[in-house]
Ligand binder design. Structure first.
Ligand code: ITT
Length: 195
């Protein structure tokens, strides 16, 4: 689908994760905001709070890049594992991965979980804001699908008729995802702010 929008607002997204970038790009473009990827490493402080992690990352990045930008911190929170891997999702994905999570969930009946995204915006004049989004669902019993990234093959959002995120197209995922909810909220605010 082609939408004719006047793309007049440009903004950096500091991330090395091309999947996150692609999702966010497609969410914001129809709102008239064009993201550019700044694939540099961001500062990731140790915290339980994704908003704090994203905000400190954005404050640090704006000092270096001196341009308006966003940083996103996201994670998967599994109820029966007391919220694990949560803020440690990136490290857990790289170490034990999807199979490791499925192993931890063997014989666990309560499979409820949610993804959360915190998007932090900062501009060089010192203005910063954080926007959050969540999607609730369940951990699958086995990995399914080849789309997406990270824990997508084992996450079934409640609103999806049983499909995992990895079985959806990027636009289907973005109808429901934590990232889409946080970035859309950011976009609505940013458009008004930039007028
Ligand atoms: P940057 O720090 O460079 O932005 P990252 O991949 O490390 O990239 P995060 O710390 O925000 O970014 O991501 C945490 C991990 O959580 C990510 O690597 C995935 O394993 C998982 N994750 C986050 N959002 C996800 C999504 O939409 N689908 C599947 N897994 C996701």
């Amino acid at each position: 689908m082609f939408l004719s929008v006047d793309v007049s607002l440009e903004l950096l997204f500091v991330t090395r994760n091309r999947h996150k970038f692609e999702e966010a790009f497609n969410i914001l473009l129809p709102m008239g905001i064009k993201l550019k990827q700044a694939p540099i490493e961001r500062i990731e402080v140790q915290s339980e709070d994704l908003s704090e992690i994203a905000l400190i990352g954005a404050k640090n990045a704006v000092e270096v890049l001196k341009r308006p930008l966003v940083v996103e911190d996201a994670g998967l929170f599994i109820k029966s594992l007391n919220g694990f891997p949560g803020p440690y999702s990136s490290y857990v994905y790289k170490t034990i991965g999807v199979d490791g999570i499925l192993k931890l969930m063997e014989n666990v009946n309560d499979r409820s979980a949610y993804f959360k995204s915190a998007v932090a915006f900062c501009s060089p004049d010192g203005k910063c804001r954080v926007f959050v989004g969540e999607v609730h669902g369940e951990i699958a019993f086995e990995a399914r699908g080849s789309g997406g990234f990270g824990f997508d093959p084992i996450f079934i959002p409640y609103e999806s008729d049983g499909l995992t995120f990895a079985e959806m197209s990027i636009s289907e995922k973005s109808l429901l995802s934590h990232r889409a909810r946080a970035f859309r909220e950011f976009g609505r605010w940013f458009i008004v702010e930039m007028k």
